[in-house]
Design a binder for this molecule. Structure first.
Ligand SMILES: [Zn+2]
Length: 224
């Protein structure tokens, strides 16, 4: 049963699996990401009694957008996504990186699909979303992947530009997302270097616990 954990001023983390394996965040009253389709009910329970004004994605993949339709319709809030991910979020058909070969390709695509929902606002670089956070355009893991940055206390919500854990072992550490699920690895590397150069005091990942060591982050990004 996920709960809201305060993690910075007016910021809560909502771990949808043990060890922060899949995360959503509440930035002021803006919910960021909605987990997998089957996690929507638990996420809604965790949000009970909380004001939520919008659901904003980091990117349109099934482990972030899967629960979006149920969460947005149940709460009656608008759905926001990065402009170049808006079509994928609306249709539920993610942009994939090759996937399985030949006759299995349509199967791989179907596995990556999720319930689509109309996007009411297409987010672009510099947009303010609330609680002092602005949109950073960080493409690569998906074409319209965005991150959310608050300069005042150097809090960064980075989605899957970087993972804060090994996805198979769930051991904490910095990793790039699997190339198989990253249509443009070069763009994602540039996005990771850009985010590391901000020297965030805390990085809040789609997968993994918060990272609070900007020096180690810079060293990791320099090695990419
Ligand atoms: Zn993810």
């Amino acid at each position: 049963m996920p709960t809201l954990a305060p993690i910075a001023d007016d910021v809560h983390a909502i771990a949808l699996t043990p060890r922060s394996g899949v995360n959503a965040y509440l930035l002021g009253d803006v919910l960021v990401d909605a987990g997998m389709t089957f996690q929507a009910g638990a996420l809604l329970k965790a949000l009970q009694g909380r004001a939520v004004s919008a659901l904003a994605l980091t990117h349109a993949h099934l482990d972030h957008a899967g629960g979006a339709r149920k969460v947005a319709t149940t709460l009656g809030v608008p759905y926001w996504a990065g402009a170049r991910d808006a079509e994928a979020a609306s249709t539920g058909v993610a942009v994939m990186a090759g996937g399985l070969p030949g006759p299995l390709a349509p199967l791989a695509q179907r596995i990556g699909n999720f319930p689509g929902h109309p996007v009411a606002r297409e987010l672009v670089e510099g947009d303010e979303i609330g609680a002092g956070f602005v949109v950073l355009d960080t493409p690569g893991h998906s074409p319209g992947h965005v991150s959310y940055w608050r300069e005042a206390d150097r809090t960064l919500v980075c989605g899957d530009v970087l993972n804060g854990m090994h996805l198979l072992t769930s051991v904490k550490g910095l990793h790039t997302p699997p190339a198989k699920f990253t249509p443009n690895v070069a763009d994602n590397t540039a996005s990771a270097k850009r985010l590391a150069a901000l020297r965030p005091a805390r990085v809040l990942f789609g997968h993994g616990p918060a990272w609070t060591d900007p020096d180690a982050l810079e060293r990791f990004a320099a090695g990419l």
